[in-house]
Design a protein around this ligand. Structure first.
Ligand code: NAD
Length: 249
């Protein structure tokens, strides 16, 4: 008998940072992983005419704010790979600014990536998963969903993702598609480093507030995502798992 196809996972913003660690973990779990990102970094580019047949990472260009491109990309991927088994909505940006000084452009840049981008990818991949009657989505939220001074659009979009996750989870669970979220605490990758470099986040102050007294490793977010997309988490629907060293306790 033919071996079952190697499953496909798409990780947005998967070329660097947390997304990259998640992508590497999913490849270790046996997924062919497409890192859909505006930047390629060191990853080989996906050739839709010759898709890989073994687990590993490839890059495909995608700007999650371009809704038409998102739709086309997920249609192409589903065609070429024979379906989409997992989606991780990880691409995210932030702008630090006091609420009263935020410009409309700063606000909407963050909303476009962190919320509209998540909706666009969720819907585009979800349609293929619903047609197949199976699939798992993990959206990356943040502890900042509970409020983060100086980061109004970031905090707002990360909270909105929790609501969208719960609703999508409820709508799609009976049709075989599970949607959950992971809310990381602070991790020494792009979004956090940018805040420290700009002086808007203080590593010392944050560490003092984390019961585990350390930042998270990106691999620890990979562990949670790996579990949520697996059948071990078959009864997890619409939930947000906080991986934060106790920050919000
Ligand atoms: P990062 O900046 O290191 O990586 C983000 C990746 O997303 C980059 O590769 C970037 O090119 C890509 N990206 C940005 N805009 C995109 C777009 N429009 N379309 C496609 N890709 C795009 O950031 P990170 O720290 O690894 O954060 C990843 C996710 O984790 C984000 O959603 C972030 O909000 C969340 N998060 C981070 C932390 C932290 O402390 N670093 C904490 C909680 C949540």
């Amino acid at each position: 008998p033919d071996a079952p196809p190697v499953p496909l996972a798409v990780v947005t913003g998967g070329a660097a940072g947390i997304g990259r660690a998640v992508a590497e973990r999913l490849a270790a779990d046996g997924f062919r992983v497409v890192c859909a990102d505006v930047v390629q970094h060191d990853l080989p580019a996906l050739d839709l005419g010759a898709v890989p047949d073994a687990p590993g990472l490839v890059w495909a260009p995608l700007d999650v704010t371009d809704h038409a491109a998102v739709r086309a990309a997920f249609d192409d991927l589903a065609d070429a790979f024979g379906g989409i088994d997992a989606l991780v909505n990880n691409a995210g940006i932030q702008r630090h600014r006091a609420l009263e000084d935020l410009t409309w452009d700063e606000w909407s840049a963050v909303v476009d990536v962190n919320l509209h981008g998540v909706f666009a990818c969720l819907q585009a991949a979800g349609r293929h998963m619903l047609a197949a009657g199976r699939g798992a989505v993990v959206n990356i939220s943040s502890v900042s969903a509970r409020g983060s001074a100086g980061r109004a659009p970031y905090s707002t979009t990360k909270a909105a993702v929790i609501g969208l996750t719960a609703t999508a989870g409820a709508e799609w669970a009976a049709r075989g598609v599970r949607v959950n979220a992971v809310a990381p605490g602070y991790i020494d990758t792009g979004v956090f480093r940018q805040g420290v470099a700009q002086g808007t986040l203080s590593e010392e102050t944050i560490l003092a507030r984390i019961p585990a007294r350390r930042l998270a490793q990106p691999e620890e977010i990979g562990n949670a995502v790996s579990w949520l997309v697996s059948d071990q988490a078959a009864y997890m629907v619409g939930q947000t798992v906080y991986v934060d060293g106790g920050f919000l306790v």
